[in-house]
Design a binder for this molecule. Sequence first.
Ligand code: NIG
Ligand code: FE
Length: 417
Amino acid sequence: MAQEGSRRIFVNAGPIAHFSTGDVTKPLVGIEMSSNEQIYPAGHGFVIESGRFKIIAPTEEIIAEFGQESMVHDLSGKAIIPGFVDAHTHLLWAGDRSNEMRMRQQGMSYSEVAEAGGGIRHTVSQTRGSQSLKQIGQSRITVAKNHGTTFMEAKSGYGLDTNSELKLLETYRDLQIQNPDLQMSATWMGAHDIPHGMARAEYVEELLSDQLPSVIEQGIADSADVFCEPGWFTIEDTEEICKEAKRAGLSIRLHVDEFADGNGLELAAELGAVTADHAIHSSADARAAAAEAGTVQGFLPGTPYVMGSDVWPPIQLCIDEEWPWTLATDFNPNCQSLSIPMTGSLACHRLKIDPIAALASVTRNPATTLPIQDDAVHGVIAIGAIANFNQLNSEIVESWCQSFGHSGILKTWSYNE
Ligand code: NIG
Ligand code: FE
């Protein structure tokens, strides 16, 4: 963490993918995402003061002005990219559902696995009894940091009663204090599933009358999320929960249309949701309506990958239509990866997405969906932005997602304050 007024000087950067064109509080769309304008050529350096980029200029200019200072870091011509923003994780849960892979291979669907005693509710029973949530969260955060993540959204949703959901959100607050070099944003997702022994309507009533008011009172979540999917929460439930959450000042991030088109993306647009994630089965009309409403489509290619599904989100269509989109890990008991480079590899190697566009979708674009405190812009390398960046193990920016299965990052520099 940077000390107030401290200065760091970096020189001899390789190409810098900065993503700083136009209004940095808005996502990039279409071919802007992969334009050469997003990359400074090799040879630049920068000065960081109080945790923010202060000057970005050719190395010679930086050396002429600051070369006498003691803290000059040589970046050795390595490519520089912003710190990753993982805008969709279910970070905290206990237990292990690795056995479900074999069930899926034997032909069981996600809901059949849940009906057979697996799925979210199984994780809920393991999580409610856990005394080690903080340690579990810390070790996962360490993995994410080792893969270049400097900003992470983290959802509750494996508690499903007021006390257990509050405990998850409180643990996120503790983990944020313990990890000043990782910016976190907590999302309440009490509406992740219906707890054992309760009818859906009864649980929705509990969410509205007890869980949400307690979360609001404690002030420990920035956003609310609902699993809006046929078989889980209906359009009406989602609308009711989100309207209450919005009234209380939470922003809306949704799970929609993961297994079927349940009109979740249309609803997200109507509600003015900040993001609508998964969105695999949504219609093109709903995607256009989302873009019109400023709702970003959050794609999670790790999920179809682990589910063995061949149905992938239509990312190229979003590029062609200039609809805003992001990528994230969706870390959860089925999809146990906190590696943004692996997520990028899926998009680039499987779905043939341009690696610079994919990089914008894990840096600037997701940062625009998360709360900004004190004008602290994340996900870009620009004057005034939070000075978090990854130094790659290569002189080529596109390397960021090439070494699937491990990280191609030499060092993550994080100056969150
Ligand atoms: O985003 N789909 C809902 N939630 C998670 C999976 C949760 C689980 O299976 O435990 C997701 O994929
Ligand atoms: Fe998810």
